[in-house]
Design a protein around this ligand. Structure first.
Ligand code: ATP
Ligand code: MG
Length: 431
């Protein structure tokens, strides 16, 4: 036990890390196209940053926080999600000021921590890639964020995506709906789960998000938030839907969706994928929404925001289930074969020269016989082998062989050291 990784964590090994790199690179490239810049915030924050923003009755704060006192008796928490830290940084660095372009658009990627029961696609250390855009109320910005999420998932090869959409309206909507929900739930009080009993008066919307089966039966008949939208909230939601229609992005309105964090208002959405890799039915990979008021909550001015967070573990499981082909960015260009101990220093100089020339190179370090070295070159799918034995060393040459054609030429070492790429270009017409 002592030397096993902590429960709910994972080692991402070569073979899988390529997929992660592909995901991260694809995301970076796409974010750049949408003109989002990267922000990096600490992996831990003061506990209040999360308790203020996620909400006192959210699962995250009540059950899932990795919080602790440090040696200076500060109450800290490993971050359970990305938005709170980004908003904290946005306020602390006064990014709301006139010096920055609005909307202020950033993205992040990195580990998040939640104390949860581990299962497929659910870990205690997991990773999110997310975006945030501050400073505009335009419904078109909500739609740009949604489109970016859809775009990213389809670029990564996911099919069978479903966009679920809802609105939580504005303050006034929430207040009216809150009361209606309390009125509806109170007669069922005794039947509710313990969590929901606590939440009924503190935050009745949370009851809608309960994972308890009997709670879910009760709330199935609850009033719909869509019947409580103010004219402003209705307009915003209609504009979001119209813009999605204009972009040809299909969606299902799910009036019972509330999301796990308290800070949302107006648009909320989840992008789900249908795959047996994560159990029956649709699983949410990417989720987000509008959080007007969050900047103020952390001491900033009134400044709207909208964003999403995507779970990378779930995404990777889905990509594997869909057998998405991940490009190999580092094929082996040259394997240098040394015959006899005397060539070892020369082969070391050769791999270094080839790497300096901008190609990938490797050699043997286990004193293997030439035959075994050639076998390795084949197994690693080397494009070329460069062979040097006693004779070649004496002549100051090496044999360069194109593995695809079997074509082989003798090349002066001096030429290789001067410009290996030029040697390849001269000796072989096809690379
Ligand atoms: P769930 O209802 O599945 O617990 P959530 O509402 O807690 O999800 P969010 O806080 O919205 O999730 O996080 C966004 C995304 O991050 C999720 O859609 C999911 O893909 C991923 N995610 C959340 N918690 C975990 C976890 N413990 N392990 C792996 N991925 C996670
Ligand atoms: Mg959760």
């Amino acid at each position: 036990m002592r030397y096993q990784r902590p429960k709910g964590t994972a080692d991402i090994l070569p073979g899988t890390s390529e997929t992660w790199q592909f995901v991260e690179q694809t995301a970076r490239d796409l974010f750049a196209r949408y003109r989002f810049d990267e922000i990096r915030t600490p992996m831990f924050e003061n506990f209040e940053v999360f308790s203020r923003t996620s909400g006192d009755t959210s699962d995250i704060v009540t059950k899932e926080m990795y919080d602790f006192k440090d040696k200076g008796d500060r109450h800290l928490s490993l971050r359970p999600e990305g938005t709170a830290g980004v908003v904290r940084a946005f306020v602390e660095n006064k990014l709301y000021g006139p010096e920055t372009q609005k909307p202020y658009k950033v993205y992040y990627m990195g580990p998040m921590f939640r104390y949860e029961r581990p299962q497929s696609g659910r870990q205690r250390e997991f990773h999110q890639i997310g975006v945030e855009a501050f400073g505009s109320n335009a419904p078109e910005l909500d739609v740009e964020v949604i489109a970016l999420g859809m775009n990213l998932l389809s670029k990564l090869g996911l099919k069978h995506l479903r966009l679920a959409l809802n609105t939580l309206g504005d303050q006034e909507t929430r207040a009216a709906y809150r009361q209606a929900l309390i009125d509806f739930l109170e007669p069922h009080f005794d039947e509710l789960s313990d969590d929901s009993k606590v939440r009924l008066h503190k935050n009745p919307l949370r009851v809608l998000d309960s994972k308890d089966a009997h709670d879910q039966e009760i709330v199935a008949d609850a009033p719909s938030i869509l019947d409580f939208l103010t004219p402003d909230a209705t307009t915003h939601f209609n504009q979001v839907k119209a813009s999605l229609d204009a972009l040809g992005i299909a969606y299902d309105v799910d009036a019972t969706m509330v999301r796990g964090l308290d800070y949302y208002n107006h648009t909320i959405f989840e992008i789900m994928a249908d795959s047996p890799a994560l159990g029956e039915g649709y699983t949410t990979v990417l989720a987000g929404g509008r959080y007007n008021g969050l900047v103020e909550e952390l001491g900033g001015p009134e400044m709207p925001g909208v964003g999403f967070g995507m779970g990378v573990e779930r995404l990777v499981l889905l990509m594997q289930a869909e057998k998405v082909a991940v490009p190999n960015d580092h094929p082996l260009d040259v394997y240098v074969v040394g015959i006899g101990d005397e060539t070892s220093i020369e082969t070391l100089k050769l791999v270094q020269a080839i790497r300096r020339a901008g190609l990938t190179a490797d050699r043997d370090y286990l004193g293997r016989k030439p035959k075994a070295q050639f076998k390795t070159a084949n197994r690693l799918d080397a494009h070329y082998t460069l062979t040097i034995g006693d004779q070649e060393l004496a002549n100051q040459t090496a044999n360069l062989k194109a593995m695809a054609t079997g074509e082989e030429v003798s090349v002066p070492l001096a030429d290789i050291y001067q410009d290996f790429q030029a040697v390849v270009a001269q000796k072989f017409t096809t690379k």
